[in-house]
Design a protein around this ligand. Structure first.
Ligand SMILES: [Zn+2]
Ligand SMILES: [Zn+2]
Length: 147
């Protein structure tokens, strides 16, 4: 457990994760705490991630840095307020920006290889759009849409 100073405010148990897309061209660093952790079952996440749901971890934009591969980043506006970024070489889904939350970023949790010490409790969103062929088997809180 370390204490460090991020953006002038004191944090303990600060995350520091180096993550990359599948092909390795895009490299990113997370140096602030993970402040949100959710599984999204909406139909857009299901299609875009090609899976039953997509898991996202939230952190501050200030603590999220793209280290390399800017040229390989492509974005897609899945709605007016949601911009999703992916690697245009390997197709890895990387992170989402939401215009209503300008200081925040949500990165795909599947990119994380190490074990974060600061993960908040996970919850499920857009369970009302859940895939019929998937059963949520955890006791985590579920929201029909958003909290
Ligand atoms: Zn890639
Ligand atoms: Zn979603």
């Amino acid at each position: 457990m370390r204490t460090s100073c991020v953006n002038g405010k004191m944090n303990d148990q600060v995350s520091n994760h180096l993550i990359n897309c599948e092909c390795g061209i895009v490299g990113m660093q997370i140096s602030d705490r993970i402040n949100d952790f959710s599984h999204c079952h909406c139909s857009q996440c299901r299609r875009i991630h090609g899976s039953a749901f997509a898991t996202f971890a939230g952190t501050s934009k200030a603590g999220f840095k793209i280290l390399r591969g800017h040229d390989c980043l492509k974005s897609y506006n899945s709605s007016e307020k949601y911009t999703r970024f992916f690697c245009k070489n390997c197709g890895s889904k990387l992170f989402i920006e939401i215009t209503d939350e300008p200081d925040q970023i949500y990165f795909a949790m599947g990119l994380i290889n190490d074990k974060p010490t600061d993960l908040p409790d996970a919850y499920h969103i857009y369970v009302g759009s859940k895939a019929f062929w998937h059963t949520i088997s955890s006791n985590e809180t579920q929201y029909k849409t958003e909290p």
